[in-house]
Write a protein that binds this ligand. Structure first.
Ligand code: SF4
Ligand code: SF4
Ligand code: SF4
Length: 327
């Protein structure tokens, strides 16, 4: 096993913690914005643009509008920027958004660890895994069909300029602030399932993860195993959050691989598991560093070129909030 001070596991957890706290911070700012916009506070707080990352359906429509009409959505411009950033991250550095940035993925990892601690985690037969993986692709196909095929450019433009879309982030906030009984039951069921089956939501149900996974199949980054050096200890397979049979493959290029490099960190044989980029061995941190660089690059370009902050005036945002939340 490598004797590095910063192991792949520590590096990943540091990045995940950073993004978790960042999401909590922007969530709090969104709450303050919501209070102002709905007239419950007189203190104006601007909406943090990064919360638009949580509006992937609106972003998918905006992406179609951009491709068809070369028009950048200025209702949620940061959402579209981040959508493209996450797609490029996956195209270059596997599903690293899931492995390092997404707070839901991090929460799922923590539940998985709890399950491991109490010896609850079970490995599913490959056939069962394949059947369980179908729903996320079916959901993705449904969204793709309605948004990319059925909706015309005019319908997309109408949706994007609806008052509902302007306040979609506040709607999402309200959904989580006062969840219905059904929401709580679903969340509890997913959490309990994740105690027994690692990353249940991410591996079997999340359509966004499915999209990023499909993009990641084009990625030049992969995990390589040297079968001659391998001692078949099975540690890589046991640690893998996506339950990939790393110990049976020479190259891990699965759409489920989140590029977490936990397998590389846990392998007891030096240079038996490595990361590669265009088939060339690379430092193990390439995926972590690569995905952060892509994120910063897209953020910087969007801010510099005026594609990050919405052009909706505050009084319009407040008017739409009053219309929708204070009926
Ligand atoms: S699969 Fe979905 S919820 Fe899970 S980490 Fe990826 S984007 Fe987040
Ligand atoms: S194969 Fe390795 S890098 Fe990929 S998800 Fe599993 S542990 Fe992470
Ligand atoms: S952890 Fe390393 S040595 Fe053990 S099975 Fe995996 S690749 Fe082989």
């Amino acid at each position: 096993m490598s004797q590095q001070i910063i192991t792949p596991h520590i590096l990943r957890r540091v990045i995940q913690c950073f993004f978790l706290f960042f999401c909590l911070f922007i969530g709090f700012r969104l709450f303050q914005h919501f209070m102002w916009a709905t007239g419950q506070s007189s203190v104006f707080v601007a909406k943090p643009p990064s919360v638009e990352a949580f509006l992937p359906i609106s972003a998918l429509m905006a992406a179609k509008q951009f491709i068809l009409r070369h028009k950048w959505d200025m209702v949620h411009p940061a959402g579209l920027t981040l959508f493209f950033a996450f797609i490029w991250m996956s195209l270059l550095f596997r599903k690293s958004f899931c492995g390092y940035i997404c707070p839901v993925g991090f929460a799922s990892n923590l539940v998985e660890q709890l399950g491991r601690k109490f010896g609850l985690q079970k490995e599913l037969p490959v056939k069962v895994e394949r059947i369980l993986a179908a729903p996320k692709y079916i959901l993705l196909a449904g969204f793709a069909y309605f948004i990319l095929i059925k909706m015309s450019a005019r319908q997309i433009e109408s949706f994007l300029t609806l008052p509902y879309n302007y306040v979609a982030d506040s709607k999402m906030l309200a959904f989580f602030i006062s969840p219905s009984a059904t929401t709580l039951i679903i969340l509890a069921s997913i959490t309990v399932s994740s105690l027994f089956i690692r990353n249940f939501w991410c591996r079997f149900l999340c359509p966004y993860g499915a999209l990023l996974g499909l993009c990641s199949t084009f990625s030049p980054t992969a995990i390589k195993r040297n079968p001659e050096a391998c001692i078949s200890c099975g540690k890589c397979r046991k640690i893998c959050p996506s339950a990939i049979h790393v110990d049976e493959r020479e190259l891990v290029h699965s759409p489920d691989c989140i590029g977490c490099t936990e397998c590389v960190g846990v392998c007891p044989v030096p240079d038996c598991l490595t990361t590669s980029f265009f088939n060339k061995k690379t430092p193990v941190a390439i995926i972590a560093v690569g995905c952060i660089c892509v994120l910063l690059l897209f953020y910087g370009i969007a801010v510099f070129t005026g594609h990050w902050y919405s052009d909706a005036p505050p009084h319009i945002i407040q008017k739409f909030h009053m219309m929708i939340f204070n009926k």
